[in-house]
Design a protein around this ligand. Structure first.
Ligand code: SF4
Length: 95
C-alpha cells in the first residue's frame, strides 16, 4: 500500500527497497550487510527488495549511524522519493 502524501521518513522505508551501491568512503558500513554484484559492493536485500538493515516492523534503519552515503543524501520529497512512493510531483508533504 502506497501513501497519498509524502510521509515522514521514520516508519516509511519505501526507498530502502531500492538497490544501494556503496561509494568510496563507505567503509563504516557493517560488512555482514554488504554483498557484491558484478564487482560492485551493495547493501544486501531480501527477496522483496528490502535492505537487510531495514527493521521490517519499525521500518527504521538498524545501522542509521553507519548507513551508506547514498542513504544519507537521499532527500525526502525528492523526485526519486516521489517516484518510489508512486506520487505525482504536485502532491504536498505531510507534516
Ligand atoms: S542502510 Fe538503512 S537507510 Fe540505507 S537502505 Fe538500508 S535500511 Fe535504508
Amino acid at each position: 500500500m502506497f501513501p497519498s502524501v509524502v510521509p515522514p521518513c521514520a516508519g516509511c522505508g519505501v526507498c530502502c527497497h531500492l538497490l544501494v551501491e556503496l561509494l568510496p568512503g563507505d567503509d563504516h558500513v557493517p560488512e555482514e550487510y554488504v554483498v557484491e554484484h558484478s564487482g560492485v559492493r551493495c547493501m544486501d536485500q531480501h527477496g522483496d527488495g528490502a535492505c537487510v538493515a531495514l527493521d521490517p516492523e519499525t521500518r527504521l534503519c538498524t545501522i542509521y549511524d553507519q548507513r551508506p552515503q547514498t542513504c544519507r543524501t537521499f532527500s525526502r520529497g525528492s523526485e526519486l522519493c516521489r517516484r518510489v512512493l508512486k506520487l505525482p510531483a504536485e502532491v504536498v508533504e505531510s507534516s
